[in-house]
Design a protein around this ligand. Sequence first.
Ligand code: AMP
Ligand code: MG
Length: 407
Amino acid sequence: MIRVQEAKTIIKNQIFPSEMENVPLSKAENRVLTQDVTATFPMPRFDNSAMDGFAVRAVDTQGANQSHPVSLKIVGISSAGTPSDVTLGSGECIQCMTGAKIPVGADTVVMVEDTSGFSEPDAVKIFLEVHPGKHIRKKGEEIRERDVLISKGTRITPSEIGILASFGYGDISVAKKPRIAIFGTGDELVEPGNELESGEIYNSNLFVFAELVEKAGGEVTIRNVIKDDKDALRSFLSKALETCDVIISSGGVSMGRFDYVRDVFMELGVQEYFWKVAQKPGKPLFFGTGNNTLIFGLPGNPVSSYIGFMEWVWSVLETMMGIPESKPTTGILAEPFPREKVKYRYLFGHAWLEDGKLVCKPSTKIGSHMLSSSLEANCILGGEPGDGLFEPGEEIRIRILPWKTIR
Ligand code: AMP
Ligand code: MG
């Protein structure tokens, strides 16, 4: 049995980076950038109007007010996408819509609400004195050319998609999705949607794994529930070793009579790095490599499987895709947290903000078979081994589940 930190270091040394591929922008969501994205032009790209109104010379509006409007001659229209090529002279203006290029000679915009409106084709009354630069979005005021906008290793969300689109990227280089094989073992497992016979249970772990793989950014390429049978396991695993970057199993790595997963890995020439880690839940955690594939054998209990994926596999997938490691977060316990003498203790938990501080408490259901402990949870709490309990007020590590919110 090795310690969590030691096991993490062993795994880190075996991680290999994903290759890259180009994807169209419409398929880039949740993918990870493989290079910095820089501004290929300033933003805005040209001085343009922030309002529908009239592009004018500020000096021409001097002294204008509601009772003494200034009348200006309309010499053109500049609309978004169709700029006017007229140069503005003294006493002249140009109808100028939101997003339209500011015509040469104009230095400010009067919004239509402060004028007699668009109805007159030849002249307009201006009811307000305006200063130069009013309602003009200046070239480069938001972003300078060649600024780094998004760093490599960023997971692409709607914000990044928007920026990539506004700089004209039709496709973008991202890390290839790690190809993942997930499998569950057990004669008792039945797929949801079917009837259960005596002693059977539904396979839930592979559904959790499939969701987690997708959220992390991988792709499940093979998935199977396998009976506790060595031949079936052997044929599944040899195919998975051939075609996948990561294999994740649930169940069959414990000390039971029918826990064959580790034996079959050994028969297939997998190099074992460890098989037991000082943690609860999930002590029988197997890690090995073979044929450029990382292999995680997680125990079958639903909470061990779920927490095991989040604690051991999630960050590995992120590292493969080039996402920088995040710093651990801590919170203050509002309730006691059970401590183990020699094992690192994980529990689903709930975290919330109180006076700007992160406060948390563990789930009250603490059995590793109690999957409903994940329902109310928005985080996984982790406590170092030691004597006694973690008391309220003490700090504890928090892993926020990335798809949950903290309120
Ligand atoms: P094992 O690790 O195979 O000894 O399984 C430990 C416990 O987890 C047993 O109660 C199994 O029935 C249960 N289990 C194993 N695989 C799954 C699965 N895919 N979905 C839900 N429960 C499972
Ligand atoms: Mg089993």
